[in-house]
Write a protein that binds this ligand. Structure first.
Ligand SMILES: C[S@@+](CC[C@H](N)C(=O)[O-])C[C@H]1O[C@@H](n2cnc3c(N)ncnc32)[C@H](O)[C@@H]1O
Length: 302
């Protein structure tokens, strides 16, 4: 995309009024209920996408998949930047999908624990994957990335985030992503293979301290523990202890992610930026432009 086209999108984003509605059960909001931070994370997603578009060959963005959409932390900025595009919102968390379609318009798709079994109404010009691979093991990251690349249009871009080396500092000094025993295992595999992962497990104690420390959540946890069947009720109505097996925390080296993307046929790696999303998660951008496409030599130069 040309610098002028990128600038037009950026100016549009800066001029637009961002939808302010936040779902009361938005986990990302509950984890850090600070408006300026919450909105800066969404805006940063658009900037990461614009950087990828500036490198790739796509001319126009008409279709966008936001997966996992959560409760629309990024969707509100994506819609402001690309008002003409048609959106698909997908997540395992159905309430999040419903909130996004109701609040931002577009189509909703309920996901499945195995993403490759989900029918996505592609092809998509842009697929934004904000903090999904940060929660799954290497096998699923590789399979799901390949699957999502197959859902891109010609020259379409996939922009996805990862816990890179900065996440080690976050775990140590900002807030724990997971308990220290599991973190030790993650770090060991990260050092050994370039990719570490551990399930959260289903103990509510694994919720990050930032969530457990919030008034309403802590009251719910206390309630759940104090009455017979309370934990079941909390799970059913508030999703409080929802921790599907196979959902946890991953930590990966840039070279491992490049290796995974490099094994996907028919695409090109556009860029990898450490801390490219919200100054926290690393960002990989891949385009569906065949890396082995023959040279296009002008007939008059042959
Ligand atoms: C950390 S949240 C990020 C959500 C959103 N992108 C944001 O930044 O607010 C991770 C999301 O991944 C979703 N998720 C986990 N497994 C999934 C799957 N198989 N298919 C789709 N979404 C999934 C979870 O339900 C959760 O909403």
């Amino acid at each position: 995309m040309t610098p002028d086209a990128i600038d037009t999108i950026y100016q549009r984003l800066k001029r637009s009024t961002i939808i302010q509605a936040i779902a009361p059960d938005d986990e990302m909001w509950l984890a850090a209920p600070d408006l300026s931070y919450y909105f800066s994370v969404g805006e940063s997603a658009v900037l990461a996408i614009l950087r990828a578009l500036a490198i790739g060959s796509l001319q126009n963005v008409e279709t966008i998949l936001d997966l996992p959409c959560g409760h629309g932390r990024e969707a509100r900025h994506l819609c402001a930047a690309f008002p003409e595009a048609s959106f698909t919102f997908c997540d395992l968390y159905r309430a999040g999908v419903d909130f996004c379609t109701k609040t931002f318009g577009g189509r909703g798709v309920y996901s499945a624990p195995d993403l490759t079994q989900v029918r996505l109404p592609g092809p998509f010009d842009v697929i934004w994957v904000g903090s999904l691979f940060t929660h799954v093991d290497q096998r699923r990251t590789a399979e799901w990335m390949k699957f999502l690349c197959s859902c891109l249009s010609d020259n379409g871009v996939l922009v996805a985030t990862f816990h890179g080396r900065w996440a080690i500092e976050v775990q140590r000094t900002v807030h724990p992503l997971i308990d220290s025993d599991r973190w030790r295992g993650i770090l060991r595999d990260f050092e050994r293979t370039g990719y570490g992962y551990a399930d959260y497990g289903d103990r509510y104690a694994d919720y990050p301290a930032s969530i457990r420390g919030r008034g309403k959540i802590i009251k719910l946890i206390n309630f759940a523990d104090s009455v017979p069947g309370g934990r079941i009720l909390a799970r059913r109505f508030f999703g409080l202890f929802e921790r599907a097996p196979g959902y946890g925390v991953s930590l990966s080296k840039p070279e491992k992610i490049i290796e995974i993307a490099g094994n996907i046929p028919g695409v090109r790696i556009l860029c990898y930026s450490e801390r490219g999303w919200a100054d926290f998660q690393d960002v990989l951008a891949v385009a569906r432009t065949d890396r082995l496409k023959p040279l296009e030599i002008r007939p008059d130069l042959r």
